[in-house]
Ligand binder design. Structure first.
Ligand code: AR6
Length: 178
């Protein structure tokens, strides 16, 4: 499923993010950048042990922020490690923190001349964020960011739906071709 905004192609794609040939993929990491399960585990397995070494060198990443490493054995050039919020019912700033993840990744992409970037559904697995609300935030942030930016390098943004709940939520949130 695909749409366009300000000349940028935005896709909802079903599959494993580690297989995508894009300039940068986003990892849904933890504050310690120590690897883990879910998409984090898949990215570390595909990238090889150098990725964990690079993450350990960086150390810590606050929730909502992002840190960059090379992609090592992945087909992408960069991995953007962002830390989504743990869902605690919605009264602890979770929506703002998730929005920060998307905005900070887009900003980092522009700073590194990234033309294509793929996002997993940050926080929608172990961290328990409701998929529909998370996909709404993702779409809103991408849309607002593209509207705000006069000039940037991005040509393609992929929202990766790995599970059915995220796919269904993405289909509801993404507008048709415009
Ligand atoms: N490609 C794309 N998306 C995936 C893949 C994949 N290979 N594997 C899982 N997903 P999660 P979180 C989806 O739990 O909720 C880790 O242990 C998955 O279906 O990976 O942000 C970290 O170290 C879900 O929709 O991330 C942290 O401790 C989405 O990715 C913690 O989990 C996010 O699920 C972060 O939790």
């Amino acid at each position: 499923m695909l749409t366009r905004k300000h000349g940028v192609t935005i896709e909802l794609w079903r599959g494993d993010i580690t297989r995508l040939e894009v300039d940068a993929i986003v990892n849904a990491a933890n504050n310690g950048l120590r690897g883990g399960g879910g998409v984090d585990g898949a990215i570390h397995r595909a990238a090889g042990p150098e990725l964990l070494q690079a993450c350990m060198h960086i150390g810590h990443c606050p929730t909502g922020e992002v840190r960059l490493t090379p992609g090592f054995r992945l087909p992408c050039r960069y991995v953007f490690h962002t830390v989504g919020p743990v869902w605690r019912g919605g009264d602890e700033g979770e929506e703002t923190l998730l929005a920060n993840c998307y905005r900070n990744c887009l900003q980092l992409a522009a700073e590194n001349a990234v033309r294509s970037i793929a996002f997993p559904a940050i926080s929608c697995g172990v961290y328990g964020f409701p998929a529909l609300s998370a996909m709404n935030i993702a779409w809103q942030q991408i849309s607002d960011w593209l509207t705000d930016q006069q000039e940037h390098s991005l040509q393609r943004i992929v929202l990766v739906a790995y599970d059915e709940a995220v796919w269904q939520a993405g289909c509801r949130v993404m507008p048709g071709i415009s």
